[in-house]
Design a protein around this ligand. Structure first.
Ligand code: NAP
Length: 277
């Protein structure tokens, strides 16, 4: 699978696993843990979680799934904006580490911008890095103006990524955010790559799927992964979905495919405000 390299030099496969909606129900827990483990077996070793998901429940599921396999995983979690003061960020990360049953996060993100000054959160990230509790930091749901503000802070340029909504239906980031990040060699971490809804019925997408003997969802993943500056996390709890997603990372889209997809969902021609899930 194609690998992505962060500015820190850390490198891992460009398709990973999401965990939103995991940990919500005890009865699904065993299936969710095995799904994440199957994903690791298939090489999707990037795992994205957050303290917000099921109020820490998703982090507990991840903790169980990576037990004994921590060394294989590039582990990402996120601090809620309401906890993102300097001290609150440190405490939130410590709680996440406990639930994840590990002593270090590979990447820690601010989930979205809230009311604490960005410099406060950055100071919290610095404290955590100095203490060896996180290896690197980044942001999420930041548009260009927010990224410019963050990068201008002392130490802010060490931001590793910006995790944003990007999929075949939501292409607004292609206009300015993606080029902004690519120019600075800060890869974009796409979330909800499969949220394409009714678009999956469009003739263009169906044609591409037929051409590759793939499903529309696989084409949607291949579309996001076609850009060398993008990596992504897809959430899957069904084993067949995990296998299909891993296979989608090997689909290479050609010019005919991109023409069909551009017709089904045209690229942006002007700035649009960043959409959020
Ligand atoms: N930073 C943020 O604000 C933010 C916001 C949203 C998401 N995220 C992160 O990004 C991750 C991914 O986004 P997401 O969970 O919103 O959506 P997603 O990964 O685009 O889609 C997940 C849905 O697609 C289904 N699915 C998975 N593989 C499939 C396949 N091959 N064919 C058909 N359906 C398939 C899953 O079903 P099953 O589970 O039944 O297999 C699930 O219902 C999240 O889990 C989270 O880690 C971050």
């Amino acid at each position: 699978m194609r690998k992505i390299q962060l500015p820190s030099g850390a490198s891992f496969p460009a398709l990973g696993q999401g965990t939103w909606k995991m940990g919500e129900s005890e009865k699904d827990r065993r299936a969710e843990v095995s799904a994440l483990r199957l994903g690791l077996d298939l090489g999707m070793t990037l795992i994205d979680t957050a303290e917000m998901y099921a109020d820490g429940g998703a982090e507990e599921v991840v903790g169980e799934a990576i037990a004994g396999r921590r060394g294989e995983v590039f582990l990402v979690s996120k601090v809620l904006p309401s906890n993102a003061s300097r001290d609150g960020t440190v405490k939130a990360a410590e709680r996440s580490l406990e639930r994840l049953k590990t002593d270090r996060l590979d990447l820690y993100l601010l989930h979205w911008r809230g009311s604490y000054p960005l410099a406060e959160t950055l100071a919290g990230f610095d404290d955590l890095m100095r203490a060896g509790k996180i290896a690197s930091f980044g942001v999420s749901n930041f548009d260009v103006a927010d990224l410019e503000e963050w990068s201008a802070l002392a130490g802010g340029a060490a931001c590793q990524t910006n995790q944003v909504l990007y999929n075949l239906k939501q292409r607004g980031t292609e206009f300015d955010l993606l080029p902004w990040q690519a120019k600075r060699r800060m890869p974009l971490m796409a979330y909800s790559p499969l949220e394409i809804g009714l678009l999956s019925k469009s003739a263009g997408l169906q044609r591409v799927a037929r051409r590759h003997g793939a499903t529309p969802a696989q084409v949607a993943l291949a579309f996001v992964l076609r850009d060398p500056h993008v990596f992504t996390v897809a959430k899957a709890s069904k084993p067949e979905h995990l296998r299909q997603n891993r296979a989608a990372a090997d689909i290479r889209l050609g010019p005919d495919d991109l023409n069909d997809l551009n017709q089904a969902s045209p690229p942006p021609h002007k700035k649009t405000p960043l959409a959020m899930a």
